[in-house]
Design a protein around this ligand. Structure first.
Ligand code: GUN
Length: 367
């Protein structure tokens, strides 16, 4: 039986996975005073745990019936994004300190938040905290919901011209009266740590070209596959969702890694049939538990980008967070799965810090 997908393709549909950033100072009268926040330079030993090797079942003939290899018990490995993100933050902390000691330069990230969305404010706060934790300077501008596009672009231009800023991030979504394209195009491609500038996306899509930055969430997904030694080359990968922030760049990245990639979206006929052939699935649609265990090929690797709140009377908050993929079911069929929370979410911020560090290194020609 065919099914239709209920998800949205909007760029905000996966926004909820972002973790939270910096200090600001934003009087809502348009005058913004910038304060710099320098995080403690905690250097922790850089210890990477050995890679676990996962083999992906690459049979082209998936069984229509789910083989529950474990007799009903969960058998998938858990891809621990929280742990990997911590390792990456530790690596970045050490590199930021090395750069500061060698050439006296500290990477700086500027974040612009427009409007009063609570979720966006939380993500921005978390990004600021993460900067502080690795010793990256953070700058924040908060503007009221009714700001004009020109006002936002004015701050972008200031950050473009500020040598202490190596990365600029405009938190999305923007208020609906703004043209996202005009705003994102204003970010200097050399400081586009989100990787959303059309030149960076265009280069990502082209063979033989390299973007200066790769969007953080898809980059985090691929990093998890690499760190868990999941082979991508020659595998069938399905990306669920085609948002500009996650789905589309994730598909481009998988293709660059020599996977054969399909994109399943709201207009796809028989999505289950396509997903069932996938060795690797990246889901980014923002629909709780949409992908069932029976949709998965036994042995598939599942990267779940969705972070969706659902009612939970047992939780003191009254809700819990779940992914796009039904976790309990996936654990019985897949060979490896990211949990929600604690999977892709922490990786997004780690990749933002990594992009900011790379930008500072490139600017100052520091290896
Ligand atoms: N909103 C949701 N995800 C993102 C992201 O990765 N970057 C920005 N700038 N805004 C977002």
């Amino acid at each position: 039986m065919s099914s239709s997908l209920l998800f949205l393709d909007s760029s905000t549909s996966t926004a909820s996975h972002l973790l939270p950033f910096s200090r600001i100072t934003t009087p809502f009268n348009g005058a913004v005073s910038l304060r710099r926040s320098v995080g403690p330079l905690n250097v922790r030993p850089f210890v990477l745990s050995p890679l676990r090797t996962l083999s992906v079942n690459s049979s082209n003939n998936p069984s229509p019936v789910i083989n529950d290899k474990s007799g009903g018990e969960a058998s998938a490995k858990i891809i621990d994004g929280k742990m990997v993100a911590k390792q990456i933050r530790d690596e970045i902390t050490a590199e930021v300190l090395k750069m500061k000691e060698a050439i006296g330069i500290v990477p700086g990230l500027a974040v612009i938040l427009v409007g009063d969305r609570k979720d966006s404010a939380t993500y921005v706060r978390n990004k600021k905290k993460a900067c502080e934790s690795v010793g990256i300077n953070s700058f924040e501008v908060r503007l009221p919901e009714d700001s004009t596009e020109q006002e936002v672009i004015k701050f972008i231009s200031e950050f473009n011209n500020d040598p202490s800023v190596h990365g600029i991030l405009v938190q999305l979504p923007l208020p609906s009266h703004m043209d996202e394209q005009n705003v994102l195009n204003a970010v200097d491609i050399e400081k586009d740590v989100d990787g959303f500038h059309p030149l960076n996306i265009g280069r990502l899509a082209m063979r033989g070209r390299d973007p200066l930055f790769v969007p953080c969430t898809p980059k985090g997904c691929i990093e998890l596959l690499h760190r868990y030694a999941v082979e991508i080359k020659g595998k069938r990968a399905v990306v669920i969702g085609r948002s500009n922030i996650v789905g589309m760049p994730a598909a481009l990245l998988l293709q660059r890694e020599d996977a054969t990639v399909s994109i399943v979206h709201s207009r796809t006929k028989n999505p289950e049939e396509i997903i069932k052939h996938a060795d690797i699935i990246i889901s980014a649609v923002g629909q709780p538990n949409m992908v069932r265990g029976s949709w998965l090929k036994p042995g598939a690797v599942v990267i779940d980008v969705g972070i969706n709140p659902v009612e939970d009377a047992n939780s003191p908050r009254g809700y819990k967070l779940v992914g796009d993929v039904c976790y309990e079911e996936a654990c019985k069929v897949a060979s490896a799965v990211t949990p929600v929370p604690g999977g892709v979410g922490p990786m997004t911020i780690a990749m933002l810090l990594s992009n900011t560090l790379s930008s500072a290194k490139r600017t100052h020609n520091f290896q």
